[in-house]
Design a protein around this ligand. Structure first.
Ligand code: ARG
Length: 462
């Protein structure tokens, strides 16, 4: 007589309905409905196993399969009305299935709990997200390699402390990012191994009394194995934290590139242009073309770090096993997925549209004594200890600065005043081209090396 006051699936023992506020507070369907594909996939694998094990009949499984196809079609076409009275994606789908196929729908949840169900759904969702991210990362990295190939010999100032340090090539600079995003890709691949483990079978927390076949479900879902311990399976979200940590590192790299793009696009620097479709204008200053996309990406990095912190804090001190706290894992996770996938999609496109202003890079290289180290190395090769060479070149730089010229503009006699070992062949090493060509080893910036690195990079991309 009492529980009719409440339409919840689990309300048998309750004597009054929850308030509307509590209903809204505890419901997750508004955000977890995005896992509907994974939820159906997981349910079908579970039902198939139940039938194989003789826990439900072949007819029940056939009804479930037929009903789920209809539910999927209804969701896809926007027909299904999600209800917060049904709390979450799992109960919404189960309820609709049962309306369509009757008792078979009610048997689906045999040997299962929403606790292992939701953990399975998130893992399926994340595995799909990782696979999408890997495709996008590859596209982005190949755009970086194309750019590196094109600009393998284009000199630009390499900076330390944001001051001109030594000449590098723009291609070399792009390949630095190729490496960073390569490690990001490795991190996602590694994380995927731990994501792709099956919680189903853990049921609420302790396992189930039915003769289930977890390995079968794992294979059906393409998982690499089952979670070994039922308590751990339903409760830990370390895989989600790990994923978000990988997203944070990726965004950190994105933010570094973004910062450089913004700086390079500044008219004061003028090293590059990016296509207009990634910029916006100002509503008051007609002359402006602002690099909004890299700036936003820089900003969104903080957002992803925030999601990581949310998930770490969510999990902190949680006693075993499942707690409702874990329902809060989804929004941070989904936001991290959305932010990273959107960012990568845009950056892959944007990288392809970067045009380099080689003249401005070259001009910047003449301000800052970029070949001073080359002069010191030259003196070392003439027999001077490096520290003495360093000091002698320091004096030469001071003289050039006083004269308002770069090192190659000093006369031989002017250089000799500080470094008597110098001969006329010195000018070959003082030029930008000479400086670049001489860093000719794996990992060095010589154009020849950059071209070889591009070839290796393409092989690694597969
Ligand atoms: N919506 C829940 C979540 O996201 C599903 C699991 C609910 N389990 C429970 N015992 N209330 O975690």
């Amino acid at each position: 007589m009492t529980s009719n006051a409440n339409q919840y699936t689990w309300a048998g023992r309750f004597s009054e309905p929850v308030s509307d506020l509590v209903k809204r507070y505890t419901a997750s369907v508004d955000f977890d409905k995005r896992m509907w594909r994974q939820d159906i996939r997981g349910s079908l694998a579970h039902a198939k196993m139940l039938a194989k094990q003789g826990i439900i009949s072949p007819q029940d499984f056939a009804d479930i399969e037929r009903g789920m196809a209809i539910v999927a079609q209804e969701i896809e076409s926007g027909q299904l009305e999600w209800s917060i009275d049904l709390e979450d994606v799992h109960l919404n789908i189960e309820k609709r299935l049962t309306a369509l196929v009757g008792d078979a729908g009610k048997r689906l949840h045999t040997g299962r709990s929403r606790n292992d169900q939701v953990a399975t759904d998130i893992r399926l969702y994340l595995r799909d997200a990782i696979d999408d991210i890997q495709v996008l990362l590859k596209a982005f990295r190949s755009a970086l390699v194309d750019l590196a190939d094109k600009e393998a010999a284009t000199p630009m100032p390499g900076f330390t402390h944001l001051q001109v340090a030594q000449p590098v090539t723009f291609g070399h600079h792009m390949l630095a990012y190729f490496e960073m995003f390569g490690r990001d890709s490795e991190r996602f691949a590694d994380c995927r191994k731990r994501v792709a483990r099956l919680p189903l079978g853990a049921a609420a927390l302790a396992g189930t009394t039915y003769p289930i076949d977890r390995e079968f479900v794992a294979r059906e879902l393409g998982f690499e194995g089952v979670c070994e311990n039922s308590l751990d399976a339903v409760s830990d979200r370390d895989f989600a934290i790990e994923f978000t940590a990988a997203c944070s590192l990726l965004m950190m790299h994105i933010s570094r590139l973004s910062e450089e793009l913004v700086m390079w696009m500044s008219p004061r620097v003028g090293f590059i242009q990016i296509a207009d479709r990634f910029c916006t204008g100002s509503s008051i200053m007609p002359q402006k073309k602002n690099p909004d996309v890299p700036e936003l990406a820089r900003g969104k990095t903080g957002r992803v770090y925030g999601q990581l912190m949310s998930l770490l804090t969510l999990m902190k001190s949680q006693p075993l096993a499942y707690n409702k706290d874990n329902q809060e894992d989804k929004e941070p996770l989904f936001d991290a997925v959305d932010t990273v996938t959107d960012t990568l999609r845009i950056f892959a496109d944007m990288a392809g549209g970067i045009t380099v202003r080689a003249d401005n890079m070259k001009a910047a290289l003449t301000q800052g004594f970029a070949t001073a180290t080359d002069l010191a190395d030259y003196l070392v090769k003439k027999g001077l200890p490096f520290r003495d060479a360093h000091e002698a070149v320091g004096h030469a730089v001071k003289a050039a600065e006083a004269k308002g010229v770069d090192l190659p503009q000093l006369t031989l006699d002017e250089i000799r005043a500080f470094c008597p070992q110098v001969e006329s062949d010195v000018f070959a090493v003082l030029t930008v081209e000479g400086s670049l060509a001489s860093r000719n080893h794996i990992g060095g910036t010589a154009p020849e090396q950059v071209r070889a690195a591009v070839v290796r990079a393409r092989q690694r991309l597969g």
